[in-house]
Design a protein around this ligand. Sequence first.
Ligand SMILES: *[C@@H]1O[C@H](CO)[C@@H](O)[C@H](O)[C@H]1NC(C)=O
Ligand SMILES: *[C@@H]1O[C@H](CO)[C@@H](O)[C@H](O)[C@H]1NC(C)=O
Ligand SMILES: *[C@@H]1O[C@H](CO)[C@@H](O)[C@H](O)[C@H]1NC(C)=O
Length: 304
Amino acid sequence: KSDSALSVLTVSPSWLSPGASVTLKCHVKPPSAGWRFYWYKAVPQLSDEPYRYELLPDSSEGTEQEVFTIHGQKNTTGYMCRAGRGDPQFYSKYSLPKFTWYMDSSVSLRVSPNRSQHFTYESISLSCETNSAEWRVRQFYEDFYLFCDDYRWKAQTSPCIISRTVYNGAVFWCESGSGEFSNAVNISTHDDIILESPVHPVTEGQPLTLSCRLWTDGILSDVSFYKNGKLVQTGTSEQLNISAVSKSDEGFYQCERKEVLTRRVQVWMSPESWVSVKCKFNLTFFPVFLQFSKVKSEIKQQTS
Ligand SMILES: *[C@@H]1O[C@H](CO)[C@@H](O)[C@H](O)[C@H]1NC(C)=O
Ligand SMILES: *[C@@H]1O[C@H](CO)[C@@H](O)[C@H](O)[C@H]1NC(C)=O
Ligand SMILES: *[C@@H]1O[C@H](CO)[C@@H](O)[C@H](O)[C@H]1NC(C)=O
């Protein structure tokens, strides 16, 4: 049975870093006492309803708290919540799915041209590297969750094309017919100057090359590069090269082109983009270590 009460879910953080936990908060409208809260994850499905709702393992009885924390999550995931009370239980409506995004996944969203900043007039092609026969691209822009191509499922070969749209920061990811989510990418579009930076995280020890592109002139020479707002290389070359990246190279980068004209100096500054660095090794030994310390403390309790 369902109640006319609405549930509104908030999820933080939006972008997940390895090892971070996700906090869900379910807000019931109108608010009142006595609700228990149920937590779900969204599983993409080949049906009229875009997702199937799967109850999270620790929430089958509902929780008293309107806050729920998930540890060790490492994928792009959509969550939903609803609240129930009484006997028999009345449920509020399900919340809309809200996502937390992860930059890395075995299912990969391919972006072409292969960079995170694009020109307003160029089209961007998105495709999904998955073993599943069907996939679709999902996007989040200015508080709205949208589907590329009206959420039609795509076959392996045909990409989703976005043309002539202004995004000052949109998030894209793909969803497979077998229920998986890909990594998520940030994409923005601009009119005149852009930084060429990788859409995907760069693995520690790999090289990184950044360059700068003006729509009229292609790749620019004599540009300066900034990291987190601070100048890191002055304008004599066309690239910023890091031969082996480390975690400390992570940050927001942008490029700048100065042209000295007869009466004035013309300056173009690209927007900034986040360059992410991922660890070479998965930290899979952590849970093992935690289990080991649990065993140790149990032994200690028995002996004392
Ligand atoms: C991420 O998703 C993939 C595919 O659905 C799954 O095999 C993997 O176990 C998930 N990883 C984590 C950490 O949730
Ligand atoms: C896109 O760029 C990344 C690094 O910047 C590279 O690892 C990847 O192979 C490139 N993909 C394609 C399709 O060029
Ligand atoms: C994506 O863009 C938003 C807004 O600019 C920024 O806060 C966030 O750190 C970016 N994340 C990644 C992974 O690029």
